[in-house]
Design a protein around this ligand. Structure first.
Ligand code: ING
Length: 310
């Protein structure tokens, strides 16, 4: 039995501050059309696909900061994307900065949305693991101010039925935390879609620069294998406002193998026929959660007081 979903991971090259939202949307729509022409069921765009990754610089003007956020998706600037997807009968994933009016008041989230081929919203995710710092670090070549500009996601890690299977989402730094994959897999996820903006230099830890590509792939390959999931990871690549970001947009099979990967740092489609039934040997045998996990033991036990880090 096969449940094939043809997925097009639509890597974005740099989005300069000088580019208008409609120019950026034109780039996404071009890739959506190319994906549809190649028979894709789903085109997946990256994290903060509509804007430069503005967390990379200090913004003290609230109006400028809010200009990078969407008040509603679908909304004025993204309706064109929904209309074109419906016309092409293709589903899509989109990462964007969300200005949300919640019961606790106005919140700013680093979000993503999953939309089916009829243009209906399947689900939304809000980034949970916010890396970086909230204060200005003027000595760094660039900032990562996600802890300042975004609130921690308040939706958890939901999963939804879609594209013939069960789908979950996460965003960028979420992919580095093993809990992300396990919680999504406990929710039945067979396919996990994530966008990322990943610089190839870590100002506070330059000794890790040589490992950025390896660790980007390592965390997702492990997550895919240990949870029997497809992982589709879409980058914002290239030098964006002076920050050099990795490409390596990847489609990873439940075996942990990278089955397709980008080769440029520009707008580029990476397409693969993902058989959701390829998850079964891992979910039913190698990592059968019901048969082989013992959650009652999954608490840290410290018999010697000094065995636990301070
Ligand atoms: N960015 C980076 C991420 O890929 C980072 C932060 C870069 C962490 C390099 C570790 C190494 O996780 C975002 N946006 O989360």
């Amino acid at each position: 039995m096969s449940r094939i979903v043809r997925i097009a991971a639509a890597q974005s090259g740099p989005v300069p501050r000088s580019e208008s939202r409609s120019e950026t949307l034109d780039r996404l729509i071009l890739m959506m059309r190319q994906a549809a022409q190649q028979g894709a069921d789903l085109v997946a765009f990256t994290e903060c696909a509509l804007t430069p990754f503005f967390s990379h610089w200090w913004i003290d003007d609230q109006q400028e900061l809010d200009s990078y956020f969407e008040n509603a998706v679908p909304g004025p600037s993204t309706q064109i994307l929904f209309d074109e997807a419906k016309r092409l009968e293709i589903g899509f994933h989109l990462g964007y900065a969300e200005l949300a009016d919640t019961e606790e008041g106005v919140r700013h989230f680093n979000s993503s949305i999953l939309v089916d081929a009829t243009g209906s919203v399947i689900g939304r995710f809000r980034k949970v693991h916010l890396p970086g710092h909230s204060e200005h670090r003027p000595d760094n070549p660039f900032q990562n101010l996600e802890k300042r500009y975004f609130d921690v996601g308040d939706l958890g890690f939901p999963t939804w039925r879609g594209f013939g299977g069960i789908v979950g989402m996460c965003i960028c730094n979420d992919r580095r935390w093993s809990e992300t994959y396990r919680v999504l897999a406990l929710g039945g996820a067979e396919l996990i879609i994530l966008g990322y903006n990943t610089p190839d230099h870590i100002p506070e830890h330059p000794e890790l620069d040589r490992l950025v590509d390896f660790q980007h792939q390592l965390c997702m390959q492990a997550g895919a294998y240990q949870n029997g999931c497809w992982v589709v990871a879409i980058g914002k690549a290239g030098v964006e406002e002076g920050v050099s970001q990795i490409g390596l947009t990847s489609i990873i099979a439940p075996s942990g193998e990278i089955v397709a990967q980008s080769t440029t740092l520009e707008d580029e489609l990476v397409i693969f026929d993902c058989d959701l039934d390829a998850t079964r040997v891992y979910k039913d045998a190698m990592f059968n959660f019901k048969a082989n996990r013992t959650p009652e033991y999954y608490t840290a036990i410290t018999e010697q007081k000094d065995a636990r880090l301070p």
